[in-house]
Design a protein around this ligand. Sequence first.
Ligand SMILES: Cc1cc2nc3c(=O)[nH]c(=O)nc-3n(C[C@H](O)[C@H](O)[C@H](O)COP(=O)(O)O)c2cc1C
Ligand SMILES: Nc1ncnc2c1ncn2[C@@H]1O[C@H](COP(=O)(O)OP(=O)(O)O)[C@@H](O)[C@H]1O
Length: 212
Amino acid sequence: MSTQGDRPKTAGPDDGPQPPFPLKLDGKVIKGFGRGSSELGIPTANIPISGLSVGGHEDVDSGVYYGWAGLSPSKATHQHPPHAQSDKYSHLSSGLQETLSAIAKDDSELEKGAVYPMCMSIGWNPFYKNTVRSVEVHIMHHFETDFYGSHMNLSILGFIRKELDYVSKDKLIEDIKTDIEVSGRSLAREPYAKLRKDPYLLEFEGKGEVAS
Ligand SMILES: Cc1cc2nc3c(=O)[nH]c(=O)nc-3n(C[C@H](O)[C@H](O)[C@H](O)COP(=O)(O)O)c2cc1C
Ligand SMILES: Nc1ncnc2c1ncn2[C@@H]1O[C@H](COP(=O)(O)OP(=O)(O)O)[C@@H](O)[C@H]1O
C-alpha cells in the first residue's frame, strides 16, 4: 500500500459533473484530531459526519473529492477575500492559482460569506486508523486565522480517488498535494468553474450558528 504512481491530471468528465454530483452537504466547522496543520502542514476543516445525512448522502463512498466550499462570514473571510493578491497559497502551482483567483474575482458578495475551491476527504483515514468516519475539507486558500464555528456549505463536483494507507507520512502528504493540483485543474474547467455561482453555497440562514 503506497502512492499511486502516475496520476491523471483532472478527475471527472470535461463537460461537467455527472450524477450523483453535485453532492451538497453542510455543517459547522468543528475540531478534528489536530493533525492536519501540525503533522501534515495541510489544515482540514472538519464538519460533523451528520452533515452527510442532511442530503441523504450517508452511503457516499469514502474517498477524496473536489468542489466548492461556501464559508459563512467570519474573521477569516473578512480579512482574506478569495481574490486578495497579498497572500500566496503554496500548495498550488502559480499558474493555477492565478486561474482560480480570476474565477473568484467578480465576487461581490463578501459580506454574505465567500466561496473557495476545496479538496476533501470522507472516510476513516487508514493511515491514522481512525475509528470514526470524518468529513475533512482543505480549502485551497491561505488564511491567517482559523474559522472554527463558521458554517460551511459544500458542493462536491467529482471523485478523485479512494482513501489509501501509506508507507510513510511523506507519501501521504505527496498524494494530498497531488489531490490539490488535480482539484484546482478540475475546477478551472468552465462547466465546473461556473458552478461556483450556485446560490446554495452562500445560503446560511437557518443553518445554525454563524461565527462573527
Ligand atoms: C485531499 C485529502 C486526501 C486525503 N487522503 C487520505 C488518504 O488517502 N489516507 C488517509 O489515511 N488520510 C487521508 N487524508 C486525511 C488526512 O490523514 C487527515 O486530513 C489528517 O489525518 C488530519 O486530520 P485532522 O484534520 O482531523 O487532524 C486526506 C485528507 C485530504 C484533505
Ligand atoms: N486552508 C484551510 N483549509 C481548512 N482549514 C483551515 C485552512 N486554514 C486554516 N484553517 C483552520 O484550521 C482548522 C484545521 O486545522 P487542523 O490542524 O487540521 O486541526 P483539526 O483537524 O484538529 O481541527 C480548520 O478548522 C480551520 O479553522
